[in-house]
Ligand binder design. Structure first.
Ligand SMILES: *[C@@H]1O[C@H](CO)[C@@H](O)[C@H](O)[C@H]1NC(C)=O
Ligand SMILES: *[C@@H]1O[C@H](CO)[C@@H](O)[C@H](O)[C@H]1NC(C)=O
Length: 289
């Protein structure tokens, strides 16, 4: 009998806590020698620091359609002989962009490959530095916007496979970069790597970045705002599947789940009171939560 009770107990613990390490549970196993019926109540709590937090400050509602990028992007470029105004440009057709938003603080890292005539190829000239500051009225009519730290790196070929920035590129891009036909067609090209401290939902976070140096004199207005992903998707490219259950909200940045009342756990699939009962009839092996 003892063995049988233990068996049910173990099964139930796994049901209740299949997303948690078993050491996270503190359970007193009752003395079972002649018991015919046992009722176990298990209260399951998440391990601190995991899963990723649901940060309200950059949570958005779902967007409709087949959006490939979670962000709204607005950009204006001024450089000698060139002016690009891509307000509300949507770079989702660009297969080369990798947007990593896997963090709790609404931060983002963007790594992309550009080919010229974009004047980026001059940016990593030894004498060239990029400085960014808050662009309060960009895009125009944006209610002042907010700012956040930004860090921009530009790399030119020859690329070194050991460079950590290149490892942030999408695997497809990585293999393209070393394919002779693509390199020929797109030469000269550069890798742009940009890290943004944090973004907020429903407002533009905006910068003006200036690069000065011989032969470059460039000014870039850039603004980003999280737009959200279609239902069931998350990540910078809205290409990852949400795990949230029981109608929990799924965070567009990191897929964290915000549980509805009565649920908890990584995927909101654990009842708040995880009661486990075994039927009185010992012939039945059914347990339920
Ligand atoms: C949420 O994001 C903001 C930045 O947008 C950050 O300051 C804050 O610390 C984050 N909260 C948590 C709990 O990580
Ligand atoms: C971002 O784009 C969405 C449409 O995809 C729009 O509904 C939203 O208002 C935009 N956000 C900002 C801050 O402009």
């Amino acid at each position: 009998m003892a063995a049988k009770v233990m068996f049910y107990f173990t099964t139930t613990v796994m049901l209740c806590a299949r997303l948690l390490p078993i050491e996270a549970l503190q359970v007193q196993i009752p003395e079972v020698v002649t018991l015919r019926h046992v009722q176990v109540q298990i209260d399951v709590t998440d391990v601190p620091g995991y899963p990723p937090g649901y940060n309200e400050s950059c949570a958005t509602s779902h967007v409709t359609g087949n959006k490939a990028l979670m962000l709204n992007v607005s950009m204006k470029v001024f450089a000698p002989g060139i002016q690009i105004d891509t307000e509300f440009f949507s770079p989702d057709q660009n297969a080369l962009v990798a947007v990593d938003t896997d963090n709790d603080h609404c931060g983002m890292s963007w790594t992309d490959v550009y080919n010229t005539p974009f004047p980026l190829q001059h940016l990593n000239h030894e004498m060239t530095r990029v400085y960014c500051e808050h662009a309060p009225n960009y895009p125009s009519g944006s209610r002042g916007g907010v700012t956040s730290p930004i860090d921009i790196n530009v790399l030119q070929p020859p690329f070194n496979p050991d460079d950590p920035i290149q490892h942030k590129l999408l695997p497809e891009t990585w293999s393209l970069m070393f394919s002779p036909t693509w390199v020929q067609k797109n030469t000269p090209y550069v890798v742009l790597d940009m890290t943004v401290g944090h973004l907020r939902a429903d407002v533009w976070t905006s910068w003006v970045c200036r690069a000065t140096g011989d032969p470059l004199n460039m000014e870039v207005y850039l603004a980003l705002a999280p737009a959200g992903c279609p239902s069931g998707k998350y990540g910078g490219r809205c290409d990852r599947d949400c795990l949230c259950e029981n109608a929990a909200a799924c965070h567009p940045f990191n897929g964290a789940c915000k549980c509805r009342l009565g649920w908890k756990g990584v995927a909101c699939d654990i009842g708040k009171k995880c009661h486990v009962q075994r039927n009185k009839n010992p012939a039945s092996s059914r347990s339920y939560i």
